[in-house]
Each structure stands twice: as structure tokens, then as C-alpha cells.
Write a protein that binds this ligand. Structure first.
Ligand code: SAM
Length: 854
């Protein structure tokens, strides 16, 4: 199959169509498997491999699942090519094996390096130890693993990402690759090897060989140092000379000017500048001055270090004066040049405005010579080899004296250090060949890779995907389009950052814009997923507000979140997440797309009690019946009344429906309709399975619940008092111990909390009222909350200190009355962080905005 200009014309309007010439897009693509643009062959791929969805015959039924997402980080595949974040394929394999059958289609909308595709293919033939480990685990749980390859559809906005993904997923002729790679490197070294030659010198004396000629060493790396200007005498200070202790390798914070003796530090000095003529740009430019200060070289197998001598300096000068006879990229960085993005730093990137400025002339030359040869070869893996070292041999490679590993760029940034290590390009590639051939020919041809935005998957038909695993970008964590620019410049096709899901100042995207794009992406993933199927979203190490934005985006798309688990790295187990404050770690969201039958039914009955119980019924069906950890049975919070209520409310709001039941009435109805065990609710046919397990195992009911606001305080009190009634004196010390109140929270006193939601017996002990009384209490409490909310409405300006429950109750009331303006007005007066971190408030606010047509 061929990719032609006419075909490109038809898909050019898809969001995220990459930036580049058609010829370059076509040249880099390998249709129908991989296109560096929206892949027009995906529909055919699905027709050929997919099983059409038919709800009447569909018997798919799988419980949500959570596994360690960092498993397999030392695997050769994982390490073959650096990318800014990666989920190892072995971790994803566990998910795929759990959720799918051989032949099913897996989708990843933020595929990065395509590990989901590698995982899908590897389900056919995993490496022996891993296979044995999984089989052993399955045997213990009484399960059988269905081995066999799955198909994958992978999408990423970045051509660099999909290009890496393509290479990881394609079969490779290892011998041919190795032979070609070595041949090319040898040819270029024959041509350019002189650039890395240096005189072998000991104590300043040239060493002479038996042939009477000076012995030449091969440079491993050259250290370049910043030069600063003394603020007192303006004399030049070479950072390496004045601040680095060569014995200990320590960099001193303070140092003396060698000319006037002034004691100073990096913050108080300016960088020296040089003006050079940039032949590529045909203009004079000003850059920070860096000078070579140390050469590490080898003679035979022995390594030596020396200060550059006159010949070394002459060699560098000679290279500077010559013209590079090959193509190399010269684009202005991010097509802007100056101040290109959020990774740009004024002190660090002085005069670094174009891609080629990230290289020394010598390395640029050698790279361009290698590129020239590789570009003429059909073996795509050679190009992957080429991109895999583009960062390590650039000026991003920091010199770190006591670190023996030769490549040390600061990941996730484009930081250029005061001491740069200019690595030998040939050595870098020779090492990498060894690594790449270790990944063997693991690929298959059962995949389709597309380069576009997941917010617009127009070529993928609805209800066709069997499972989604995805690891989305997290707010402002990593600036993918900026970090990928160097790779993409060599590939000649660039990320179209317009629909990039990111928080980025230069792109003018804040959290709101990020959430909007994520929402569009999840809408599309929802559309293409078969009903009743699962999506796993991996989330790690970021802010609460970003976590809430993602969760909100998932739910607004129509998914129902069945559970969220966090990985406890120390214990290697998963804990339930009960508050959003616990997110600075790996979290796994398991969400499902409800069945069509349910969705249609809900549309008809939305806002009625029947709609509520239908929701609960189908939700209980999707939740796990038992979860074990550490040989005990876990409480599943999603089966408890308050989370069932929250989820029910969230689904109604996201679907634009009114919520017909208050919490107390909901709890009462729940008790009447569904069997309860250990404070959790089940469907009648789930009970016996739970009871059976419950007889075998003890209950793990030590879920810690932090009290951060009124809502969690009431939850905590309910748990505490349902064990047995207690007096105020008994409760208070423990309550204060658990209290980690948020700053803005105008929380009622403990005595008021008790009064509003609980009852007191004749001995003065507080207890949880039965459900009928609860309803009366709740109504009274709600009235009081709404009164507070009315007070907030009367005031003006930012609300800094308030009762969050009152705002929640107020929003709920406004929603029922369709008073969306008030929700938005009050929402805008709340501190931004509160709105972004409180899932309930954010949900009402976002949906009210939508209702108002924003
Ligand atoms: C966390 S990374 C994924 C890493 C991946 N799991 C791996 O193992 O390599 C997120 C990816 O989302 C991509 N991305 C950002 N916005 C996107 C959009 N609108 N559509 C598709 N991909 C997008 C970025 O280019 C980046 O590669």
C-alpha cells in the first residue's frame, strides 16, 4: 500500500497533522503499518483483524485489575532508546493478558515509544522467566492465562514518538542490521576519524612510538567549560580552572578570581560571550563562550586525561573553519528561535536558537556524515539507531567528574551545563548497536501506528477497540514537543503542538486548556472502545489539580471510574485511594464504558429513581467482588454507600441529568435493594463468591482516612461510631490526631459536626442514626448548609475561607434548579487551587460552564 499526496489531502484536516513536507512524511512512513500522519489504513486494519461488536451476543465480563507499572525497567527493550517517560512493556502485558483474548485489538492514544504494542505482540511469546512467573501467579489464583498475540493500534502526536514506536514494533533482521550499522560507522570513521585524534602526552611530553612518530590517542570525550567575567576586574575566569577541585571532583560554590582574587559565586558573575559567524545561517551570532579544558582519550585499551594542547586547539579551529559537506538540521528551535518555550532559560540558552546550536561543530559534522549514509538505507532500524544517541552526543551531555557513565543529560529538560562533555560519536553508536541487537526481532506486523492527535480519531470506527491502556501526559510535567524537537529535526517531520495536551506558558495553555484537550481525547477513546470494555489510565507523580483534571476528563467523556489504586512501592501492593491528597505516587484508574443498553435506558430514565438503581446495578456488576492484599481481604471502598453515592451523582451530572435522591434516601434505598456484607454492597449473585472468600481470609479493614475537611470528618465519624457509640470525650483526641485540615476550610467544631449528622443516646453517647432518621437529619443539615451558601452569595470578591460542604450543597441545589450562572459565579470566586483540587466542585463548575455554552 502506498501513501500518496492525494491520500494525504483527504486527512490533512485531522487534528495534529504533523508539520513537514509531504515528501518527508511519505519517506519516513511504512504504510499500512506506520504513517507519520493520521494513518488512513486503520479502518481496513480493523476490518481485517477486529471482531464487530454485537451487544446481544457479547459475553465479555472482566473485573478491573491493577498491577505494578514499573515492572521490567531493566529489560533491554525498555532501555534501547531513551524517551522522557515510559511504561515498560512487561507491566502492560499483565494488563493486556487480564483484559483481552488473543487477537483482540488494544489501543493506546498517548503511545510514546509504543510499549503497549510491544506488550500486545509479546503475549504470543514472552521470555521464559516472565512466562513462568505469570503462570505461577495465575495458578495460585486458579486462573489460566490465554497466551497469544493481540493486535495494537498506537497513536501519538509526536513523529519522534511514533517513529520509535514503529521501530520497536517491527520485526528486524538483526544480522543485516548489525552488519550495515558497523559498515556505515567504519566508513564514516575512516573519513572523519581524524577529528577525534590527539597527541598522547604524559606530563606534557609527547609520547613517541617504535616507528619514531608521535603516538596518537582516540578522544573519548572533550570537556568544555563555561567562561565567566569577574564582576570586579572583568577578567575572564574559566569555570573549570577556578571552581572545580580536580582531586575530589567537587564543584565549589564560591571561587576566587585568578586576576584580582575576588571571592565570588555563579550567581554574581556574567558569562563571557563570543561572536561567531554561523555559516549555516549566514550571519554573525552571539553565544556564551565555552572552551575545551580536558580531553579523555584512549591508546589501545588504556585511558588517559590531559589538558588540550596547541594541536588540539588547532584541530578544533580547523574544523570550525571548514564547511560540513552534508545536510544537517538548522531549523529555528520550535520554529521560534529565541525564547522558544517553557524549557528555554535565559542564562543557559544564550545564542542557542537553532537546532544545530545544540552540537559542537565536530559532532555535528560526524552526525551529518552518518545521517547521509543511513538515509540512503532501507533498514529503518538504522535511523532509530541514529536518533537514539542524538541527545547523548549533543551539548546537553553534562560532564560529571565522579560519574563513570559517559552520558548524563538532565532528563526532561534542554539544560546545557557549565561543563559539557562532548562525547565521541563513533563510540556512542558502537555501544548502542550492541544494545539494539539485544532486543532481537521481537516485532510483528499486527499493528497500526498513526501520528495525530487522539482528540480527533476520525479514521477509527466507533465500538471497535477491545481494551485501552494509556499513559497520558501530565500537565506541565514534561514539554514533549520541545524535548522531541531535536529528534524530529533530523527526521524532518515535527509535532504539531496545537492540540498538544500540556500545561505550557508559551503555548498559552493552562490547566483549563489542558483539561479541555484531555477531554476531547478521552471522548474519542470512549467512542472507539466497545461498550462494557475497560480503559486503564496510568498516572504518576504529579499535582492533585492535574490528577483531578484527568479524572474529570475521563468521567465527562462518559466513562465510569470503577476504581483508583495507588502503588505502594515499599510493600509492592495496591492501596485504595480514599482522598485525592494521596496522589503524589503511581495511580491506576480503571474505568469502563457502560453497555449500550444501559446508556439508552439511562437516557430515557435520567433523573428518576429507577435510573439511579439501574446505574448502581450495572456499576456493582463491574466492580471487583474480592480484592486480596497481603493474604487478607480488602474493603472495597467503591462498594461502600458513600462512594456509590458519589459515583452515582457524578454520572448524573456528567450526563447533564438531575439527581433525584439525597444521600440518606439513597443509603436507605441501597439497603433495601442490595445485600450488604462488611459495609459493602453486592449484587445477589456476587454474595456467595464474597462469602466464600470471606470464610477463608481475614478482613483488612485498616484503611486510613485522613480528615481534611467536613466531608471526610463525617465519613470518619461514621466509621468510628458504627463500631460502637462513643462519648464526645472518647472521640475527640483521636479526631484531633487524624485532623489535617485544609487552609481554606471553615470547618464546624466537632460538637457541631456530631449534632448535625448523628444522634445521642441517654448515656450521652453519639451513634449513627438508622437510615430513616438519617434522612431527617440530612434535610436539616442541608438547610443549614444552604443558609451558609446564601451568605456567600451576598458577599463579594474572592472567597478565601468557607465551608466547602456549604458550597457543595449550594452547587447541588443550583444544579437541580438549573441555576448554572450562580455555580459559575461562585466557582470563579473560589481560590483556583480549591476548585481544581475538589472533584465535586470542579464537576459542577465544569458542567455548568458547558450548560451555559462556554
Ligand atoms: C507520558 S507520554 C507516553 C509515554 C508512553 N507510555 C511510553 O511508554 O513511551 C505522553 C505522550 O502523549 C503525547 N501527546 C500529547 N498530546 C497528545 C495528543 N493530543 N494526542 C496524542 N498524543 C499526545 C506526547 O507526545 C507523549 O509522547
Amino acid at each position: 500500500m502506498k501513501l500518496k499526496k492525494e491520500i494525504l489531502d483527504k486527512i490533512r484536516d485531522a487534528e495534529g497533522f504533523p508539520l513537514g513536507d509531504d515528501e518527508d512524511i511519505i519517506a519516513l512512513s511504512d504504510p499500512p503499518y506506520y504513517t507519520v500522519c493520521p494513518n488512513p489504513f486503520i479502518a481496513e486494519f480493523i476490518e481485517k483483524h477486529g471482531i464487530p461488536y454485537d451487544e446481544a451476543k457479547d459475553e465479555y465480563k472482566v473485573e478491573p485489575y491493577t498491577a505494578d507499572v514499573s515492572e521490567g525497567k531493566n529489560d533491554p527493550i525498555y532501555n534501547a532508546h531513551a524517551y522522557h517517560t515510559k511504561v515498560p512493556h512487561k507491566a502492560i502485558m499483565r494488563y493486556i493478558l487480564h483484559y483481552t483474548k488473543p487477537g483482540d485489538i488494544v489501543f493506546d492514544g498517548f503511545c510514546g515509544t509504543g510499549m503497549a504494542g510491544v506488550a500486545a505482540a509479546m503475549c504470543e511469546n514472552p521470555d521464559g522467566d516472565f512466562r513462568m512467573k505469570l503462570e505461577e501467579e495465575a495458578r495460585k489464583e486458579g486462573k489460566v492465562i490465554e497466551w497469544g498475540a493481540r493486535k495494537a493500534i498506537l497513536c501519538d502526536l509526536s513523529p519522534a514518538a511514533t517513529f520509535i514506536a514503529y521501530n520497536y514494533n517491527s520485526p528486524v533482521n538483526v544480522e543485516e542490521f548489525e552488519r550495515e550499522a558497523k559498515r556505515i560507522l567504519q566508513e564514516v570513521e575512516d573519513e572523519c576519524g581524524w577529528m577525534y585524534k590527539t597527541n598522547h602526552t604524559i606530563d606534557g611530553m609527547y609520547q613517541i612510538g617504535i616507528d619514531g612518530k608521535p603516538i596518537k590517542g582516540r578522544i573519548n570525550y572533550t570537556v568544555w567549560s563555561d567562561v565567566f567575567l569577574c564582576p570586579n576586574c572583568t577578567g575572564e575566569m574559566v569555570f573549570w580552572d577556578v571552581a572545580v577541585n580536580k582531586q575530589t571532583g567537587k564543584v565549589m560554590k564560591e571561587f576566587h578570581c585568578p586576576h584580582c582574587g575576588l571571592l565570588t559565586d555563579k550567581r554574581n558573575v556574567e558569562k563571557a560571550k563570543i561572536t561567531i559567524y554561523d555559516k549555516a545561517l549566514g550571519e554573525t551570532i552571539e553565544q556564551a563562550k565555552q572552551v575545551p579544558v580536558m580531553i579523555n582519550y584512549s591508546v589501545g585499551r588504556q585511558r588517559f586525561e590531559k589538558a588540550p594542547d596547541d594541536d588540539d586547539l588547532k584541530l578544533i579551529e580547523q574544523i570550525e573553519d571548514m564547511d560540513i559537506p552534508y545536510w544537517y538540521p538548522t531549523e529555528p528551535f520550535m520554529f521560534k528561535g529565541k525564547e522558544w518555550g517553557d524549557t528555554w532559560r535565559s542564562g543557559i540558552h544564550l545564542g542557542i536558537t537553532h537546532v544545530h546550536h545544540f552540537y559542537t561543530k565536530r559532532n555535528l559534522w560526524v552526525l551529518s556524515a552518518i545521517y547521509d549514509k543511513i538515509n540512503n538505507s532501507d533498514i529503518s532500524l538504522l535511523k532509530l539507531l541514529f536518533t537514539s544517541q542524538l541527545i547523548n552526543v549533543s551539548k546537553l551531555n553534562r560532564y560529571r567528574m565522579n560519574v563513570s557513565f559517559p552520558y548524563n543529560p538532565l532528563s526532561g529538560t534542554l539544560y546545557i551545563s557549565s561543563m559539557v562533555s562532548e562525547a565521541n560519536v563513533f563510540t556512542a553508536y558502537a555501544n548502542r548497536i550492541k544494545r539494539l541487537i539485544r532486543i532481537k526481532s521481537s516485532g510483528s506486523k499486527a499493528y497500526a501506528i498513526t501520528t495525530q492527535s487522539t482528540s480527533d480519531l476520525q479514521q477509527i470506527p466507533s465500538n471497535t477497540i477491545d481494551y485501552i491502556f494509556t499513559d497520558p501526559p501530565f500537565g506541565d510535567n514534561l514539554m514533549y514537543s520541545e524535548l522531541n524537537f531535536i529528534w524530529e529535526a533530523w527526521l524532518k517531520v515535527f509535532t504539531n503542538d496545537e492540540p498538544e495536551a500540556i500545561v505550557n506558558k508559551i503555548q498559552g495553555k493552562g490547566l483549563v486548556e489542558y483539561q479541555r484537550i484531555m477531554e476531547k481525547c478521552f471522548n474519542e477513546m470512549y467512542r472507539i472502545l466497545k461498550p462494557g470494555r475497560w480503559m486503564t489510565v496510568e498516572f504518576h507523580n504529579s499535582k492533585n489539580s492535574v490528577w483531578n483534571a484527568i479524572q474529570e476528563a475521563v468521567m465527562r467523556a462518559g466513562f465510569v471510574v470503577a476504581n483508583v489504586r495507588r502503588l505502594d512501592k515499599q510493600q509492592g501492593s495496591f492501596k485504595q485511594v480514599t482522598t485525592t491528597t494521596a496522589v503524589k505516587q503511581d495511580l491506576i484508574i480503571s474505568a469502563y464504558k457502560p453497555k449500550e443498553r444501559f446508556i439508552e435506558d439511562f437516557k430515557r430514565r435520567a433523573g428518576t429513581e429507577e435510573g439511579v438503581w439501574n446505574f448502581v446495578r450495572q456499576h456493582l456488576e463491574q466492580l471487583p467482588v474480592t480484592v486480596e492484599s497481603g493474604g487478607r481481604l480488602d474493603i472495597i471502598p467503591e462498594r461502600q454507600d458513600y462512594l456509590l453515592y458519589d459515583n452515582m451523582v457524578a454520572y448524573h451530572i456528567q450526563q447533564g441529568a438531575t439527581v433525584p435522591l439525597g444521600a440518606a434516601d439513597f443509603y436507605q434505598g441501597l439497603k433495601q435493594r442490595f445485600p450488604e456484607r462488611d459495609g459493602m454492597y453486592f449484587l445477589p449473585d456476587q454474595v456467595s463468591k464474597y462469602e466464600q472468600k470471606r470464610m477463608e481470609l481475614d478482613l483488612n479493614d485498616q484503611i486510613s482516612l485522613l480528615i481534611i475537611d467536613e466531608k471526610t470528618a463525617i465519613q470518619w465519624l461514621r466509621r468510628e461510631l458504627s463500631e460502637k457509640p462513643k462519648t464526645y470525650q472518647e472521640i475527640q483526641p483521636k479526631f484531633l490526631q487524624e485532623l489535617k485540615q485544609m487552609r481554606h476550610e471553615d470547618m464546624p467544631e466537632l460538637s457541631d459536626l456530631l449534632q448535625e449528622s448523628f444522634l445521642q443516646d441517654e448515656k450521652g453517647r453519639w451513634y449513627v442514626p438508622d437510615t430513616s432518621k438519617q434522612s431527617d437529619l440530612e434535610k436539616l443539615r442541608e438547610r443549614r448548609l444552604l443558609k451558609d451558601f446564601e451568605e456567600y452569595k451576598k458577599t463579594r470578591g474572592k472567597l478565601r475561607y468557607f465551608r466547602t460542604e456549604a458550597v457543595r450543597a449550594g452547587f447541588k441545589d443550583c444544579w437541580a434548579k438549573k441555576d448554572y450562572e450562580t455555580i459559575v459565579k461562585i466557582g470563579e470566586r473560589l481560590p483556583e487551587a480549591v476548585l481544581q483540587e475538589d472533584t465535586t466542585l470542579l464537576m459542577y463548575y465544569d458542567n455548568a460552564l458547558t450548560r451555559l455554552g462556554y
